[in-house]
Ligand binder design. Structure first.
Ligand code: PEP
Length: 261
C-alpha cells in the first residue's frame, strides 16, 4: 500500500455509454455507495470526453473524482482531435495513459506514453499509467521483461516529486475484457516487480508513495482476492464499472477489506 494513501478504484468506462443521459444515470447509480465509503476508498470515474463536463457537475462536492481516458503531450496548438492536460485540468483530477487498447488500436508507444504522463503531471493532474503483457509474452515467460521495460520507459520523464500523483496499473492484456482474471499470486509478483522498477527508475522513497493497481476482469466476486494483497493499492475496473450495482458492490468489498486491514 502506498504511504498514507487510500486504496483507489478507477472506473474505466471506455467508449461507453453512447448516450449522455445513460452516463448521468450511471453516475447516479454509483454515487450513494461511493460517497458513503469515500473516507475508506478513493473512487475515480473515467467517462468518455463528451460526458466529462456533465459528470463533473454531478460529482461536485461528492468526494468522488473524475478522470479522462487519455490526453496529448502538448498543451495547445495544431493537433487536430487531441485534448491537452491544460484543458482537462478544469474538470478532472486524473488522466489515464497507456491503456493497452490505445497501444493496440492507435499505435501508442512507450515514448508517447512517457510524454503524456509527464505533460499530465506538469499540469497537476494525477496519472494512472497502464502496463501489461500480451498473452504470448505471458506464455513465453517474458511478462516480467515486457512490464519492466514499459514501466522504465513510461517513467523516463517523471521524477520522485511526482510519486504521490502517480499510479501504475498492472493490466495483463490477456485478462482485459476476457473474463479470465489473473491469478492473484501472479498479480502480486508482478506488482512487486513494478514497485521495484519504480524504485530503480525514480527512487526508493518514491516507490513507496506510488500506488500500484491490478486491472483485468475485476468484478465483485474476485476483487477481494486482489485488494487483500499486501502490495495492491486498488483496482482499475472496465466492464464491471458500467453496471452501477456491480461497481457499488466492488466499492463495498474494497472498503470492508481495508476496514479490517
Ligand atoms: C480496463 O479496461 O482497463 C479493464 C481492466 O477492463 P475489464 O475490467 O473489462 O477487463
Amino acid at each position: 500500500m502506498g504511504v498514507a494513501q487510500l486504496p483507489l478504484l478507477a472506473a474505466n468506462w471506455k467508449m461507453n455509454p453512447i448516450d449522455g443521459g445513460a452516463a448521468l444515470d450511471l453516475v447516479k447509480g454509483i454515487l450513494p455507495v461511493a460517497s458513503e465509503h469515500s473516507d475508506r476508498v478513493e473512487v475515480a470515474l473515467f467517462p468518455p470526453f463528451p460526458w466529462l463536463l456533465g459528470v463533473a457537475e454531478m460529482l461536485d462536492q461528492t468526494g468522488i473524482e473524475l478522470g479522462a481516458q487519455d490526453c496529448f503531450w502538448e498543451m495547445s496548438g495544431a493537433y487536430t482531435g487531441e485534448v491537452s492536460p491544460a484543458m482537462l485540468k478544469g474538470w478532472c483530477q486524473w488522466v489515464l495513459v497507456g491503456h493497452s487498447e490505445r497501444r493496440a488500436y492507435l499505435g501508442e508507444t512507450d515514448e508517447m506514453v512517457a510524454r503524456k504522463a509527464a505533460a499530465a503531471l506538469s499540469s497537476d493532474l494525477s496519472v494512472i499509467m497502464c502496463v501489461g503483457e500480451l498473452d504470448e509474452h505471458y506464455v513465453a515467460g517474458k511478462g516480467d521483461e515486457v512490464v519492466s521495460a514499459q514501466v522504465r520507459s513510461g517513467l523516463s520523464s517523471c521524477s520522485a516529486d511526482d510519486s504521490s500523483r502517480l499510479v501504475i496499473a498492472y493490466e495483463p492484456i490477456w485478462a482485459i475484457g476476457t473474463g479470465k482474471s489473473a491469478d492473484p499470486e501472479h498479480a502480486y509478483k508482478t506488482m512487486r516487480l513494478i514497485r521495484r522498477v519504480v524504485g530503480e527508475t525514480i527512487g526508493a522513497g518514491a516507490a513507496r508513495k506510488v500506488r500500484v493497481l491490478y486491472g483485468g476482469s475485476v468484478n465483485s466476486g474476485n476483487v477481494e482476492s486482489y485488494v487483500e494483497l499486501p502490495l495492491c493499492d486498488g483496482c482499475l475496473v472496465g466492464g464491471a464499472s458500467l453496471k452501477a450495482e456491480e461497481f457499488s458492490e466492488i466499492v463495498k468489498v474494497t472498503a470492508a477489506v481495508y476496514a479490517h486491514g
